[in-house]
Design a protein around this ligand. Structure first.
Ligand code: SAH
Length: 361
């Protein structure tokens, strides 16, 4: 049993079972043993590889998308460019480089804020973005009320890291799934004996059956609604890219732990594997509608990037560096093919009600 499992066991013995969300939060962000606070998760050597780490084309296209939405709304002279959970900082570097190429005025107007809870990741981002062409600052949490004027927000594989609560249908009622200590002292899942009150799963689902499992991401929904309200009020846009359920969500356990590109049991070695859950886009879109912004998508990543011109960008890169043709073609395929990241990953955009329809949707 590792040190974080011991810490969790101690907590449970002292105060009773923990929710799945509490365990997920500690597994990712415990100050001493959390996954994001003490491991380097990204890239071919790490535990998983994200779209910006697959290819520079991803961040570049998102940068051009931002410039277009900014122009569509009248090219404000001051804007906040915010990224949630920037990982290694690669995507923001690509976004800024692409934006600088096509719209120096966008960069001159931009103040960049990176929202990062892990000091370790923040240090990597600081290194990566030293010498960035716009002022960059950091914050551990997003304080939207601190921003005046339009906010342009990017989030790639951020919402999947926000803790989910799980509920199971037992005897016609929803009971919370919790983590407790088994008879051999190990961490194990259990079902809370008391039913959870007034729990209504998000729209678009089939009627629940006995044994069904329902996931709820309270912090993700609240964040999405707040972003939406800020965008509706102040202008700007949010582009959320993540993997998750389609619009008509079903029920099911999507909590997963990934270590060295392989799935491992979630409770086996907490803090040593990345723990995520699929993003419930139907629920996010509903929260966003409630916040007041216009909502576009979710659209699968493949068609989204294709509509933004990834094939043309790839061809241009190949022309300027023919030796990299194979690598670039592989990257394009990885990001867009249905059996790769093209279908499971989805993009959701929030814009002010009056703004023109964004590119790619
Ligand atoms: N966007 C990056 C990294 C995705 S991993 C990429 O695509 O490569 C998730 C990132 O979000 C990490 O940087 C992690 O440290 C950060 N993170 C996770 N939960 C967070 C939270 N609750 N608040 C702030 N940052 C968080």
């Amino acid at each position: 049993m590792n040190a974080l499992a011991q810490r969790l066991t101690g907590l449970i013995r002292a105060q009773g079972p923990l929710s799945v969300a509490q365990v997920m939060a500690l597994a990712l962000m415990d100050p001493d043993y959390g996954y994001y606070t003490h491991q380097d998760p990204f890239g071919a050597q790490g535990d998983f590889i994200t779209a910006p780490e697959v290819s520079q084309m991803f961040g570049e296209l998102l940068g051009l998308w931002l410039v277009k939405t900014w122009r569509d709304q009248g090219s404000a002279a001051a804007l906040h460019l915010i990224e949630l959970g920037p990982g290694r900082g690669t995507m923001m570097a690509d976004v800024l480089r692409a934006a600088a190429r096509v719209a120096p005025t966008f960069l001159a107007a931009a103040e960049v804020t990176l929202i990062e809870a892990s000091p370790r990741q923040r240090a990597q981002q600081q290194q990566r973005l030293a010498g960035a062409p716009a002022p960059v600052s950091w914050s551990a949490t997003l304080k939207l009320e601190a921003f005046t004027g339009p906010v342009f927000v990017l989030a790639n594989e951020f919402f999947d890291a926000l803790p989910v609560r799980q509920f199971q249908r037992v005897g016609g009622k929803w009971h919370e799934r919790v983590v407790t200590v088994g008879s051999h002292g190990e961490l194990e899942f259990a079902i809370a004996p008391m039913a959870a009150q007034a729990l209504v799963p998000s729209p678009g689902r089939p009627p629940a059956r006995e044994g069904d499992l329902f996931e709820l991401c309270p912090s993700g929904l609240a964040l999405c609604e707040n972003l939406s309200a800020a965008i509706a009020r102040q202008g700007g846009a949010a582009l959320i890219v993540d993997y998750g359920y389609d619009v008509r969500a079903g029920f099911g356990d999507t909590l997963q732990a990934l270590q060295s590109h392989r799935y491992v049991p979630v409770l086996e070695a907490p803090g040593e594997a990345d723990v995520t859950a699929h993003v419930d886009f139907a629920a996010l879109a509903a929260a966003a509608c409630h916040g007041g912004a216009a909502v576009y998508g979710p659209r699968p990543q493949g068609p989204f990037l294709t509509a933004l011109g990834i094939e043309q960008r790839c061809a241009a890169l190949i022309r300027s560096e023919p030796g990299a043709a194979d690598a670039l073609t592989r990257q394009l395929n990885r990001l867009c093919a249905k059996d790769q990241m093209g279908q499971l990953f989805k993009a959701l955009a929030l814009l002010p009600q009056h703004a023109p329809r964004p590119e790619g949707f």
